[in-house]
Every structure is written in structure tokens, then in C-alpha cells.
Design a protein around this ligand. Structure first.
Ligand SMILES: *Cc1c(COP(=O)(O)O)cnc(C)c1O
Length: 389
């Protein structure tokens, strides 16, 4: 049984929906219609598949980690989204949305970015397709991620600083939505994760399902020995908004494989939040005692989001997936361990998923665990120089 689709109102169980200003309701409905029709159109799917293959480098490999597995007593395999163009899974979503924007006759993209990874991916797709592009980024993040600001500008995009509130990701999302309200005729809002108002959580999931489809086939081919059913015992992925996790989960939903999402201690919306509405949908959310959104804070800027995609809230509530929390120290150790044992420097985000495997290795002894390696660590080595001195 694949993951369930949302209700016509955009609900996964009790979560999701369409909580936007009235002016944006028609835009969201138009987007849903446009995506449904594009997804049913063979020519659109063929164009997207060609981009994913010839531009982004899909399919991404599946790597069995011999030395790491021996060290942990757990058979670890990695889905190598780090090897995609621009260095993470984000390109899957962005190429799909940019192609859709063109089909809708839009000439301009707006996007939000925290660490800059989604901004760089969007700027990349805009350059490829000749679209104008404005990326909103919190003022503080612009200072923390100077190199990505430069990359986006080099790719021909404009980067605008969000100077309100905490001047980080959640403020950048507010600014991008404000821009979209005022420019919806010409502009598509290229949202970066499985969050926001309907149809985004469902559309972004659909665009990342390629990760799960490939992984399922690769596992079937790899795990086909005596008495083996071709499935890993566990699939683990880090959860910020939750797009790389839902992408790989989609390939294994309804099977015996256990689905595990891993949250950072400072941004554990599912483990330490409560239901609330932010950025267009209802989901678990970090909030203070008065219901105000609380800032997330983790070692990994890509996971610094106080909310989580509504479908993860629904999966958690229904017991269909499990969500664990790891600390920054555990993440640093996992980052070093994978580098030393396998010659792969991971991004700090997927190092969260690895950190959980390392921490719970006794419980996982003898099992096969597939980890979604959502991105590469090049962007994080500067930060690590400071921390590992
Ligand atoms: C952005 C990012 C994430 C977090 O986003 P999700 O929507 O939770 O996947 C995770 N890993 C990498 C490498 C990222 O760039």
C-alpha cells in the first residue's frame, strides 16, 4: 500500500489544509489543477525524467557500507542523494516545480531558503530554464551562509534579505509568501519542502518519490540472497520539513520495513511540539506556553525549522512511522565516523540519521538499515573546522 493521498481539502488525517490569505486560495487551487494535469501528461513526465537523468545525474547509487557495518554490527546501506547535481535531494523537487512553472506560463520564481541549499537549487533550475528568480533569506542566515549567497547571485538570481522577526528561515518563508501574493500572475512560489498549504506537501512528496522508487528496486536487486525478501529492516532519514524522508519512505510504505525519521534535539517538532498552524498548514510545531512559534536551533542549518510537514504528523499519529531525536554531539561523531570508515563526508543533516543508527546499534544488531544520505558535506566542512579543532 503506497502512502495515502490527502483529502480534497489537503488533509493527511488531522493535519495539512490550506490556511492562507484569501488572495492566495485561487493560486493554490490553480497550482493543484496544473500539477494534476502535468503529472498525468506523458510529455511532462518524459521531460522531467530526462532532466533528472541527464542534468541531475539520476538514478543515484545505493552504497553498501562494509567497514561501517562491521564496526557497528548493523548492515548499513546509503541512498546516495549526495551525488545529485547541487549536492542534495533538493534538485528533484526544484526541477519538477520549475518545469511546472514554465508549463503554467509563469516567468518568475520566488523561493525561501535557510542554509541556502534550496535557494541554490532553485537558482540553478531558474538559470537552466531561463526564469527570473528571487530568493528570500533571513538576514542572519545570509551572514552565516555567505558562500551560498554568492552562488545564487552567480547563477543569476536576486537574493533578498528578510529583516523581520528572528531574521531566519521562518521569516524568509513569510516574505516569499508576501511576494507571491503580490505577483501571482507572473510568479510561481517554489517551496522547498513537504510543508506549506495544499497542494505543496503532496506535490513536493510526489516529486521526491523517485528516491523511494529507485531505492526499492535497488534493494530488491541487492538483498536477494537466501531467505531474503529484498527489503531492508529499517529505512532512516533526517527530518527538517521532511521531504527527503517522505521521498524514501514512499518506496517502502505498507511493507514490513520500519520507517524512522530523525529530528535534531533543537528542532524536534514531532517529539517536543504540539499541533498548531504555521505557514499555511496544520502540523506539529515548536511553540512556547502562549502558542507563539519557538525558534529551532541545531548544528545543521538545513534542519532549523520549528515545524514539520503535515504528512509526518499524520504518520506519527497513526503509528506508521517512528521519530527519534539525536543531539548535536552524536551528529558530530557520526559525521566523523562515516568520513573515516567509508570515505564519504556527509552533510550534517543526514548525519542525524546515521547518528541514530550509531546510538541504537545494539537494538539494531544484525539488521539491515537503509539511510537516506540526503546531501554531501562540502558545505559543512568550514563549520566543522571550528568544531573539531
Ligand atoms: C534541506 C536539507 C534537508 C532538510 O530538508 P527535508 O525537507 O527535511 O529533507 C536535509 N538534508 C539536506 C542535505 C538538505 O539540504
Amino acid at each position: 500500500m503506497p502512502l495515502a493521498d490527502p483529502t480534497p481539502g489537503g488533509y493527511f488525517g488531522d493535519f495539512g489544509g490550506l490556511f492562507v490569505p484569501e488572495t492566495l486560495v485561487p493560486a493554490c487551487l490553480e497550482l493543484e489543477q496544473a500539477f494534476r494535469s502535468a503529472w498525468a501528461d506523458k510529455a511532462f513526465r518524459r521531460d522531467l525524467d530526462s532532466l533528472l537523468t541527464d542534468y541531475a545525474g539520476r538514478p543515484s547509487p545505493l552504497t553498501s557500507c562494509e567497514r561501517l557495518s562491521r564496526e557497528l554490527g548493523v548492515a548499513v546501506m546509503l541512498k546516495r542523494e549526495d551525488l545529485n547535481h547541487t549536492g542534495s535531494h533538493k534538485i528533484n523537487n526544484v526541477l519538477g516545480q520549475a518545469l511546472l512553472a514554465k508549463r503554467m506560463g509563469k516567468t518568475r520564481l520566488v523561493a525561501e531558503t535557510g542554509a541556502g541549499q534550496h535557494g541554490v537549487a532553485t537558482a540553478t533550475a531558474a538559470a537552466l530554464m531561463g526564469l527570473e528568480c528571487v530568493v528570500y533569506m533571513g538576514e542572519i542566515d545570509m551572514h552565516r551562509q555567505e558562500l551560498n549567497v554568492f552562488r545564487m547571485r552567480l547563477l543569476g538570481s536576486e537574493v533578498r534579505s528578510a529583516t523581520t522577526g528572528s531574521r531566519t528561515l521562518k521569516d524568509a518563508i513569510n516574505e516569499a509568501m508576501r511576494d507571491w501574493v503580490a505577483s501571482v500572475e507572473s510568479t510561481h512560489y517554489c517551496l522547498g519542502s513537504v510543508m506549506g498549504p495544499h497542494p505543496y506537501p503532496w506535490m513536493v512528496r510526489t516529486l521526491h518519490e523517485v528516491i523511494g522508487r529507485e531505492a526499492r528496486e535497488q534493494c530488491a536487486a541487492r538483498l536477494n540472497g537466501d531467505g531474503c525478501d529484498g527489503l531492508p529492516d529499517v529505512v532512516a532519514a533526517c527530518v527538517g520539513g521532511g521531504s527527503n524522508a517522505i521521498g524514501i519512505f514512499s518506496g517502502f510504505a505498507g511493507t514490513r520495513t520500519e520507517l524512522v525519521g530523525v529530528e535534531p534535539a533543537g528542532g524536534a517538532a514531532l517529539n517536543r511540539g504540539a499541533p498548531g498552524v504555521v505557514h499555511g498548514s496544520k502540523s506539529f510545531l515548536l511553540q512556547d506556553e502562549w502558542g507563539q512559534v519557538r525558534e529551532a536551533e541545531s548544528i545543521s542549518a538545513g534542519l532549523d525549522y520549528p515545524g514539520v510537514g503535515p504528512e509526518h504528523s499524520a504518520l506519527a499519529s497513526a503509528g506508521l512511522a517512528r521519530y527519534e531525536v539525536v543531539t548535536d554531539e552524536q551528529v558530530i561523531d557520526a559525521f566523523v565516523l562515516l568520513s573515516k570508515t567509508e570515505g564519504i563526508i556527509p552533510a550534517l543533516e543526514p548525519a542525524h540519521a546515521l547518528a541514530w543508527v550509531v546510538r541504537d546499534r545494539d537494538l539494531l544488531a544484525g539488521k539491515t538499515v537503509l539511510v537516506n544520505l540526503s546531501g554531501r558535506g562540502d558545505k559543512d566542512v568550514g563549520q566543522m573546522i571550528e568544531l573539531l579543532r
